[in-house]
Design a protein around this ligand. Structure first.
Ligand SMILES: C[S@@+](CC[C@H](N)C(=O)[O-])C[C@H]1O[C@@H](n2cnc3c(N)ncnc32)[C@H](O)[C@@H]1O
Length: 265
């Protein structure tokens, strides 16, 4: 996604289109028109977005309750509406959200108000150092480096170089015992004309959609070690199929939700 297109309300923006899929109201007419074009091609897009949010809630529980992290650092967070993970975090857990879209950041701060222990910073996932070295972030962390990192719903928009750099930097920065939860999108996709037309809509707005082999993500994410390998959202713990029809079920999985995995240091 080109940064120039973000605050320009005369052109659609992928982040704001995502908010529209989620039923949010932080989007412009131009975003809704582009999103409606996508929905015409891929009618499950809104359900896919909601599923991604559901997965984030499950991830929050896993990171906090089972893995006992008291810091979660999330890249490319999108809007922290009610279904994002801070709703579930107990007192004493610090959540650091980030997004490179200044409009998202502004709306996000509005939504969060003075929610304790939850923060939102403008930061590009391509430069994790800029977020992690920020004086405010360092103050919040107070020296804590055993953290749960999350990169969810964004990998299709990132180049190989960016994913590899972010993985390497976060790994070196983190204390042993840290974790990276990663969503692989655009992986092992079937050849499909409708999909190609959808990607064109995004590409016209400067958001190149990267397709990759699932195995390639393992290389890009080194030196993080696989803890729970990639599975589709259909196989995800606690996944509830009840409001999905047959077409949704075929589409969810590799296509809509992509794959998720836990990596550790
Ligand atoms: C599809 S939303 C995903 C939001 C959330 N992580 C989720 O899974 O529901 C993508 C978000 O990533 C942001 N984004 C895209 N590229 C980014 C980058 N290089 N750095 C930070 N944020 C980015 C967009 O602004 C948008 O808000």
């Amino acid at each position: 996604m080109s940064k120039e297109s973000i605050i320009d309300d005369s052109r659609p923006n992928a982040g704001r289109m995502y908010d529209y899929y989620l039923g949010g109201n932080h989007n412009f007419e131009v975003d809704r028109q582009a999103a409606d074009q996508v929905i015409k091609l891929l009618p499950f897009a809104p359900k896919g977005a909601r599923l991604q949010r559901w997965a984030l809630q499950d991830i929050a529980k896993e990171l906090i309750e089972r893995r006992s992290y008291d810091v979660i650092i999330d890249f490319a967070s999108g809007l922290p509406t009610n279904d994002h993970f801070h709703e579930l975090v107990p007192e004493g857990t610090t959540v650091i959200y980030s997004d490179y879209d200044p409009v998202v950041v502004e709306y996000a701060r509005d939504i969060l108000g003075d929610t304790p222990n939850v923060y939102f910073f403008e930061a590009d996932a391509a430069q994790p150092e800029a977020l992690l070295e920020r004086p405010e972030v360092q103050e919040l962390l107070g020296g804590r480096r055993k953290v749960g990192f999350v990169m969810w719903g964004v990998s299709a928009f990132l180049t190989d170089e960016v994913i590899a750099h972010t993985a390497k930097y976060t790994y070196e920065w983190a204390a042993p015992g840290s974790c990276l939860v990663f969503n692989a999108q655009g992986a092992d996709l079937p050849k499909n004309e409708t999909l190609d037309r959808t990607f064109q809509i995004y590409e016209q707005m400067g958001a190149k959609f990267h397709k990759r082999a699932l195995g390639h993500f393992h290389e890009l994410l080194q030196p993080w070690k696989v803890d729970q390998d990639f599975i589709t959202l259909l196989e995800w713990h606690g996944f509830d199929e009840s409001d999905l029809n047959k077409e949704d079920l075929e589409a969810i999985g590799p296509l809509a939700g992509g794959y998720g995995a836990y990596f550790v240091k």
